[in-house]
Ligand binder design. Structure first.
Ligand code: TUI
Length: 314
């Protein structure tokens, strides 16, 4: 049985977080992951507080287990979501795409466990000083907004920089990845892309199908020029965006090209204009299955790998 200090801290059975995927991680998916013994996470994305409140209430109605809310800090509604999580007394807040320093005091006073994504050693140290409960070291294999470093390098560096529990993310979608994360010093994992294939994940069937058929070179990173590198499936949108990015389209026009593209992927399965965020680990995702089964497979797959880890040590 794989148990680590993060399980005790958060009152969860397995050290598996579900990634806070904007537009995708709703109350239904979060509750299914939490009911499966992991930590489900409702993603606020770019949604206003009333929409996120509904998803939190949905999650509460479907599970009595702890779950979290992910706050995407580039959202125009970040301030109101920051207040909402205190009002709703959510157990855990994870953050992404920015520095959550200005909210930390209020969240801690509300009794919330704050677990930020840190893309660098400096950010890990800052979050440790400001009282985070743990940190998520997310490498550039992940889907969506990516940092510079790979999981393989970022996780051990962050482990060396803080005494807090470190959750590894980016490129993890099976038991081998979970075991490897533990070898690097992590005591938990965050998994996004694998949960796109969960039965309880409500993305458009075309999105799910593309993930199930993804192979090794199916993802690419766009948006570096504007300073928001994003990993997604290599679709017509990604090709058009890359052409515009390197073809000298003015910044404001390029920004407009991306507006609404995520919604078009998630809600409409639009293969021309949709941006299908996905990590490199999409290549590991082979079938649709209940979220609880995914959590169990991640853990049960890791145990024999970890037990066999000393086979070359003589
Ligand atoms: O946030 C994510 N992944 C995301 S957010 C998102 S929505 C979006 N859509 C289009 C453009 C941009 C965002 C889709 N996927 N992952 C966590 C993550 N956080 N990765 C990297 C970071 C990060 C980056 C900089 C965290 C902190 C940070 O701090 C910089 C600073 O000092 O402000």
């Amino acid at each position: 049985m794989l148990k680590t200090p993060i399980c005790e801290m958060l009152g969860i059975q397995y050290p598996v977080f579900q990634g806070g995927m904007a537009w995708i991680a709703d109350g239904r998916l979060a509750a299914a992951v939490s009911n499966g013994g992991g930590l489900g996470i409702v993603a606020a994305g770019n949604a206003p507080a009333d929409v996120v409140r509904e998803e939190i209430r949905t999650a509460k109605s479907l599970t009595d287990k702890p779950f979290g809310v992910n706050i995407m800090l580039m959202s125009p509604f970040a301030d109101e979501i920051a207040e909402l999580v205190c009002e709703e007394k959510v157990a855990v807040v994870t953050t992404g795409a920015g520095n959550p320093s200005k909210y930390m005091k209020a969240w801690k006073e509300a009794g919330i466990h704050v677990i930020p994504v840190v893309p660098s050693v400096a950010m890990a140290k800052l979050m440790t000083r400001l009282g985070a409960s743990a940190v998520i070291a997310e490498g550039g294999e992940s889907g969506g907004h990516v940092g510079e470093l790979t999981t393989m390098v970022l996780v051990p560096l962050v482990c060396d920089a803080t005494d807090l529990p470190v959750i590894a993310a980016g490129g993890i979608a099976d038991g081998r990845g979970v075991a490897a994360a533990f070898m690097l010093g992590a005591c938990g994992v965050q998994v996004g892309t694998r949960f796109l294939s969960a039965k309880e994940c409500s993305i458009h069937p075309t999105y799910k199908d593309r993930i199930l058929h993804a192979t090794d070179l199916c993802t690419t990173v766009t948006g570096k020029r504007l300073g928001h590198p994003v990993r997604s499936l290599r679709t017509q949108f990604a090709r058009d965006y890359t052409k515009a990015e390197f073809g000298g389209m003015p910044d404001d026009e390029l920004e407009q090209l991306g507006v609404g593209a995520l919604r078009k992927a998630v809600k409409e399965g639009d293969m021309e204009k949709g941006c299908f965020l996905a990590g490199q680990a999409a290549a590991f995702v082979k079938k649709e299955q209940p979220a609880a089964e995914i959590v169990r497979e991640l853990i049960e797959g890791a145990e024999p790998v970890l037990k066999g880890a000393c086979k070359w040590v003589k």
